[in-house]
Design a protein around this ligand. Sequence first.
Ligand code: SAM
Length: 257
Amino acid sequence: MVKLSKRLQGIADYINKGSRAADIGSDHALLPVYLIQNGLCSFAIAGELNDGPFLAAKKQVAAAGQTSKITVRQGDGLQVIEPGEADTVTIAGMGGSLMTGILEAGRIAGKLQGVSQLVLQPNVGEDAVRIWLLQHEWVLTQEMIVEEDGKIYEILVAVPEAVSELTNAEVYDGSILNSGRDQEQQLKLLLRLGPHLLREGNAVLLKKWQSELTKLERIAAQLGESSQPEAALKKAQFREEMNQIKEVLVCLQTDKL
Ligand code: SAM
């Protein structure tokens, strides 16, 4: 039996039981094999673009004796599925902009038809994924943040607006930030830090953003050394953004932790 990492287990735990899942960018197909071995899905597709991971996925599925329930397909993003073929799509372990590119190309090609759940784990650029969901009638219903081997990962779960019990207005209700920010600033912060994660106020979230702020400080200092006129403006914007994040973190520490 396949044993998943904490990150992949977090993803598996969100997947609707009995669904037909497509795991895009599946690499060794560990997730589809786990889902089938544990009776969580009736059928799964492992999609891979690149030769090495595609062959590794095929090997893993064959070794697990699951070729009748898992099909391994080579192709770019959601091209590997037919409209209506999968009801849950998982994409994990890649950057947010690659992920939104895959989702957008799939949406245009009609591949998200019949998909009732997206479980996404971007390694970076989580805000880009939240923005894409918001702009394309998906509601971010759940979020999770996990730390494993010194790395921090966020898992985002979304369902189509038409069937969601939550609305995007509720998810992105800025009143949780309880301050004098305008709506645009509130939305920006919620998209960046994660609305459910902020409501929950987890210690791992605090750790992540303390580390992100250190990185941002370094970039701001580099901008400070530049003599380019735009650098000063950029630095001021940067500082403002950092101050906003710091304020939220202070509230998080006092309110939730
Ligand atoms: N999903 C697995 C996980 O989270 O452990 C593997 C993540 S691995 C870092 C990213 C995988 O995505 C690689 O195997 C890569 O070949 C694949 N990939 C990258 N771009 C892709 C695309 N456009 N379509 C399908 N797979 C892609």
